[in-house]
Design a protein around this ligand. Sequence first.
Ligand code: GDP
Length: 299
Amino acid sequence: FSRLTEGLSRSSKQMTEQVVATFVKEPLTEKALEGLEEHLLESDLGPAATDRIVARFRDLRFGAGANELEVREALAEAVAAELVNHEARYEPLNGARPFVTLFVGVNGSGKTTTLGKIASDLTGQGAKVMIVACDTFRAAAREQLKVWAERAGATFESRRDGADPAGLAFDAYTRARAEGYDVVLIDTAGRLQNKQALMDELLKIVRVLKKIDPEAPHETLLVLDATVGRNALAQEQIFGRTAYVSGLVMTKLDGTARGGVLVPVAQASDAPIKLIGVGEGVDDLQPFDARAFSRSLVG
Ligand code: GDP
């Protein structure tokens, strides 16, 4: 978690330094609790979790000899308690074969990068992987995905500009079944400018996949950019309501002072957080671990 720790240090400094100092100097005064509340809100933890964490602190008794470490530990524990029921694993090699994963989210959120990192990890484990570029309108997105596929040694399926994404998904999945692929990773469009058209397109892809296997897609990962702060909440609402999201990926946690937004997003969503992105490199994707994350956030 060193990268995450590094990346989150900005937010953790912001969140804890003054708070910790205040609590050590003057434990449990209302002023100190107000300071804590302010810092939690500034870190985008949201009002509900903030209220609970402040209440928890109000009940805590730091002795006269309370030290910084003790306060930090207590804060990390309080944040972790908000997240432990919202973590789960992404296990594409443990289930249906081929295991179909659909990636949804707005353009720029990190879908392509996340998909590429997963493909590399899976081929590295010896899996036979197919990547399908269902955003048939954006040639640049297709090219970028192709580069990731080549790097990973995964098969790449795409079609010319404007081809029907659902038709492509159907044919690719059919081929993957016939040729014994382990995993199919499907990238989708993320044009939120026309929300209804986008949702219709996603649902059509889901429908045709289900014609082949009623359980498919076996995972639908919603990719959210942590740097947009509370906008991530709005995106979760839009996709979560219609696209049958089964897991969340929070990206760009390395470059933001707003990592705390993961808390309200996780709590608003029916789906757990499965993965976090902590950089642009192929190894910068990690399973989500509530305790480790909270510890990094608090610093
Ligand atoms: P897409 O439009 O949703 O497919 O988004 P991309 O995968 O193209 O990502 C958009 C930009 O964010 C690219 O420049 C990526 O390198 C960058 N990016 C993606 N994930 C992360 C991450 O976890 N950390 C950082 N720092 N950058 C990321």
